[in-house]
Design a protein around this ligand. Sequence first.
Ligand code: ATP
Ligand code: DGI
Length: 226
Amino acid sequence: MSKLFRAVIMGPPGSGKGTISERIAHSFGLKHLSSGDFVRENISAKTEAGVLAKTYIKKGLLVPDHVMTRLLLPRLEEMTKCSWLLDGFPRTLAQAEALNSACDLDVAINLNIPLETLKERLRHRWIHPSSGRVYNMCFNPPRVQGIDDITGEPLIQQEDDRPEALVARLRHYKDVAKPVIDFYKAKGILYTYSDTETDQIWPNISTLLSTKIPTIQSDARCASTH
Ligand SMILES: Nc1ncnc2c1ncn2[C@@H]1O[C@H](COP(=O)(O)OP(=O)(O)OP(=O)(O)O)[C@@H](O)[C@H]1O
Ligand SMILES: Nc1nc2c(ncn2[C@H]2C[C@H](O)[C@@H](COP(=O)(O)OP(=O)(O)O)O2)c(=O)[nH]1
């Protein structure tokens, strides 16, 4: 029988959530939902939640739980026929509890990447703001420096990837992520991966998902968002 598959991927900024999510979406046909993309869409559209979110992001802070859940949960509720992978949510215990009330998760992937690796990666990260496409000047550079491969539009460095904002973000991540990790561990769905390279972690995640997703039928497979 067909079963929908629901997963979250967690990890500090720069840990490879977006990169690995794209690989999962491509290999397993899950829909990749990025909380950061939802936030950016709302900022661009100047929604009430977006305007509010921007003031926190500028300071390198998380968007408050009630704003995030208001943005995200209705979008998830629309996806009743779709298997998905949620990237960047939950980041706090309150968000994990809200998500738990809305749906049952099959797997929580936790990326545990050394601090020095994170700093180095984010220093070289450039994004295409309207699509959320991510480049790294060493790992996956664009074909033309500073230019998005698909649209030809300019790439930017996000304000919150700059070193001053970054240290605060990483410290804050650690504090708020611990109870979320414990929450999923207690549920028996936590899978933690530690390495400095995405290419080392990816085969292990792929093997895990191959054992967890075999019963998903084609009607439950959804295209990636990007
Ligand atoms: N679940 C969330 N809870 C609170 N704030 C969030 C959440 N998801 C995204 N945000 C806000 O939106 C910003 C952009 O999110 P996004 O995930 O793209 O970027 P990020 O923090 O650089 O994360 P990462 O580098 O881990 O992908 C975050 O810095 C944060 O302020
Ligand atoms: N050098 C190197 N860079 C990597 C690796 N995996 C991902 N990256 C790059 C891509 C991005 O520029 C940056 C952060 O990755 P990301 O997928 O955006 O992470 P996240 O912030 O969504 O968790 O690091 C990797 O394994 N090695």
